[in-house]
Design a protein around this ligand. Structure first.
Ligand SMILES: [Zn+2]
Length: 222
């Protein structure tokens, strides 16, 4: 068995359900302050955003975003991120913007034009049932967003709390785009986490460091 096969099997086992969740919640290889590898990944990401013609500018340094950027008018690949509170600026890691750019065509195909959010970057720990856990949230590193409403081309705005179970399952189809995208971890939704996510979708991008192929990372890796 090759080393790579062994490694992949180890990853699959580590990501299998039923294992205790690791306390560490950061991407593989993530450090603070950012390592040389993280800075290189950030530079590659910025180049990829340029190639995708996503307008962006550097954001002021903020704890603990490795590659902080701002998106003018918050438009990424035809999808607008609309704040439900606060005025911005809304710094995010480049990898989050690139991940949204990657799924934008699929979202547009579903008629999605906007994702309405409450929290993007926020320096805090993961919370479960209102309690702070011991590990840092990926909101703290600018890789996650909490989406409470989705806007569509037909002007319909669906709220997760009220419309998740609607007969046409429009919101579930939106969540499925993120579920199947290699650049995102499994989204938290009213379906898989009704206690903490009955009113919003928690969407969280990977930060690829080194040469691990995103497509090979198990979706439920902690
Ligand atoms: Zn969240």
């Amino acid at each position: 068995m090759s080393f790579v096969t062994t490694l992949l099997l180890a990853l699959v086992v580590a990501g299998s359900p039923g294992k205790p969740r690791k306390v560490r919640n950061m991407p593989d290889g993530w450090t603070w302050p950012p390592s040389a590898a993280m800075k290189e990944a950030g530079a590659r990401c910025l180049a990829a955003l340029d190639a995708a013609e996503v307008q962006h500018r550097p954001a002021a340094p903020v704890k603990k975003i490795a590659t902080p950027i701002e998106i003018p008018e918050m438009r990424i690949g035809g999808i607008t991120l609309v704040p439900l509170r606060g005025e911005g600026p809304f710094p995010m890691d480049c990898h989050f913007a690139a991940a949204i750019a990657g799924v934008a065509p699929e979202l547009r195909a579903l008629g999605v034009r906007s994702l309405h959010f409450r929290t993007l970057h926020k320096y805090r720990a993961v919370r479960k049932r209102g309690k702070s856990m011991r590990f840092l949230s990926r909101h703290a590193v600018g890789l996650a967003i909490d989406v409470f409403e989705v806007g569509f081309d037909d002007r319909e705005i669906l709220r997760v709390k009220a419309h998740w179970s609607a007969a046409d399952h429009r919101l579930a189809k939106v969540a499925a785009v993120f579920e199947h995208a290699a650049a995102f971890r499994t989204p938290l939704t009213p379906a898989n986490d009704p206690r903490d996510h009955d009113d919003h979708l928690h969407l969280e991008a990977h930060m690829q460091l080194g040469d691990r192929d995103a497509a090979l990372v198990p979706k439920d890796e902690p």
